[in-house]
Design a protein around this ligand. Structure first.
Ligand SMILES: O=c1ccn([C@H]2C[C@H](O)[C@@H](CO)O2)c(=O)[nH]1
Ligand SMILES: [Zn+2]
Length: 144
């Protein structure tokens, strides 16, 4: 897939994710994750992971950002950036988040970043090939 996102946009996206990461509520895992969405109209929407004493209620940074973005009226994302507490690895969105990303953008670019500024680029199509989408279920019209 062609990269549609400019270098400066990627830089800003990962900075937004990094700033969100420090707001994460992670008393149990201590694993802070920040995410940011670049919407169709160029807005940036951040999210962080929010844990709970009832562990299964934890929401990941990526889904938190998506819920917030949808609440603000955004439904198409050019890219998502994810930054976690890692020195030599990149964190990738969990399976649940991949499915929620693809609901809104089958061609979303995914930038995996580290606090030291390093990042790698992938796509939701690579992370979740042959995804089950509204289009596959012939239900795309319901999403408009
Ligand atoms: O891509 C990821 C991976 C993990 N987490 C969170 C969930 C939990 O709070 C903590 C440890 O799994 O990290 C995210 O927010 N995003
Ligand atoms: Zn997740």
């Amino acid at each position: 897939m062609e990269t549609r996102t400019k270098d400066k946009e990627v830089e800003d996206l990962l900075l937004c994710a990094q700033e969100a990461r420090v707001r994460a509520y992670t008393p149990y895992s201590k694993f802070r994750v920040g995410a940011a969405l670049l919407t169709e109209d160029g807005s940036l929407v951040p999210g962080c992971n929010v844990e709970n004493i009832s562990f299964g209620l934890t929401i990941c940074a990526e889904r938190n950002a998506i819920a917030r973005a949808v609440g603000e009226g955004h439904r198409t994302f050019k890219a998502i950036g994810v930054v976690a507490d890692m020195k030599d690895k990149f964190v990738t969105p969990c399976g649940a988040c991949r499915q929620v990303i693809v609901e809104f953008s089958v061609d979303c670019e995914v930038y995996l970043g580290r606090p030291d500024g390093a990042y790698v680029k992938t796509t939701i199509d690579k992370l979740l090939p042959d995804a089950f989408t509204p289009h596959v279920a012939n239900l795309e019209s319901l999403t408009k």
